[in-house]
Design a protein around this ligand. Structure first.
Ligand SMILES: *Cc1c(COP(=O)(O)O)cnc(C)c1O
Length: 373
């Protein structure tokens, strides 16, 4: 049997990620691979770091891109910062808050849960009560943009509470980064992670991470070694620490980082505020169209994510049949429901390069065709 080269059909990606990758980002991937300690590559990494600081709105010197997907960004925060016995207040209003809890438990931490209904934001009042009831807590962990439901939580207010109660904040910004307002330094976020394939519209497999000075101090004061060798940031720090000091830890995913450089460069050229406004405008346009089709949103208007639109599947409509018709007839991918919303909702992403008028119009026309046709 002769195996043919793999030629995927181009799709329009309007699910929960990966999102449409900008053609320039795809082109960057195909540039010649050079050594990851080559001075040219090292200089490019310095730009990636500066651009990542821009995207996060931080001056944290500890700002890196982990060579693995968003989940590894999550794990990087928990394995490095949470020590056995540390109490962590974990907010859970969807799939990813539950993953945070599992991370805490696996490193021997104690998770104190603050639960909110799926589709609602994290309750600031409940978090305040939990912080008061647990004066020995060391961390507050929450998801800024819950991709499983489309709910946006008030990261600014939550991080202010964390500071007031002198706990470190750990924030999941996988879906929020560059899709909605996010200001790491201004809001006093201590540890934050994201992913390359959501609103940054890069290829999957990279995780931007940033630690504040307080988080770095907690890491440096650890009593026990970091339980993961690969994610141990005390080892990786030297690699990212700037010209001259770079040493081998693992082979950087060279071409993927070219793609990241280009994705971040495009973001900087557009301007963060403009990117946030574009996501908002495309969401408004999609929302009007979805409402005309009679589809109801899972999340209340006040806490709806522009980049992740969860809508209930109408009564009597076959979830899987609609999604496969969209894929087969229109090369359009939308997301299925996850966890509690499996089979009950669709998740329509407007992430990064996918947040464009032509995508909104395609999605609305295709849905209308499939639902009424
Ligand atoms: C996608 C996502 C993750 C996991 O990222 P991967 O790149 O799939 O590992 C974590 N948290 C949130 C909120 C996400 O949307």
């Amino acid at each position: 049997m002769t195996v043919q080269p793999f030629n995927p059909t181009p799709r329009t990606l309007m699910g929960p990620g990966p999102s449409d990758v900008h053609p320039q980002v795809l082109q960057a991937l195909g540039k010649p691979t050079i050594g990851h300690l080559d001075p040219q590559f090292v200089a490019m990494m310095d730009e990636v770091k500066a651009l990542t600081q821009y995207a996060f709105q931080t001056e944290n010197p500890f700002t890196i891109v982990v060579s693995a997907p968003g989940s590894a960004g999550m794990e990087t925060c928990f394995v490095n910062l949470v020590e056995p016995g540390d109490k962590v207040i974990v907010c859970r209003n969807g799939v990813f808050g539950e993953r945070m809890r599992q991370n805490v438990v696996r490193v021997g931490g104690e998770a104190v849960m603050v639960d909110d209904a799926w589709g609602t934001p994290v309750s600031v009042e409940k978090v305040e009560a939990a912080l008061k009831a647990n004066p020995d807590a060391k961390f507050l962990a929450f998801v800024h943009a819950e991709t499983s439901t489309g709910a946006l939580s008030d990261a600014k207010a939550l991080c202010a509470l964390a500071q007031q109660h002198e706990v470190l904040s750990i924030v999941d910004a996988v879906t929020s980064l560059s899709g909605v307002e996010l200001k790491v330094d201004e809001w006093g976020i201590d540890a934050i992670y994201s992913g390359s394939q959501k609103c940054l519209s890069c290829v999957p497999g990279l995780a931007p991470v940033s630690f504040s000075a307080k988080a770095v101090a907690k890491l440096e004061a650890r009593q026990t070694p970091v339980p993961s060798w690969f994610l141990d940031q005390t080892l990786v720090m030297g690699y990212w620490s700037g010209t001259g000091k770079r040493s081998y830890h693992h082979t950087a995913p060279v071409n993927s980082l070219y793609a990241m450089h280009e994705a971040l460069r495009l973001l900087k050229a557009e301007g963060l505020e403009n990117a946030w406004a574009r996501h908002r405008a495309m969401h408004e346009q999609l929302k009007s169209g979805l409402e005309l089709l009679g589809l109801d949103f899972v999340v209340d208007e006040a806490s709806r994510l522009p980049q992740l639109n969860a809508v209930y599947i109408p009564q009597g409509v076959d979830d899987a049949a609609v999604r496969s018709a969209l894929l087969e007839r229109f090369n359009l991918e939308i997301g299925a429901g996850l966890g509690d919303l499996a089979g009950k909702a669709w998740r329509i992403g407007l992430m990064g390069h996918a947040a464009r008028e032509e995508n909104v119009l395609l999605c609305l026309a295709a849905l209308r065709e499939v639902l009424n046709g």
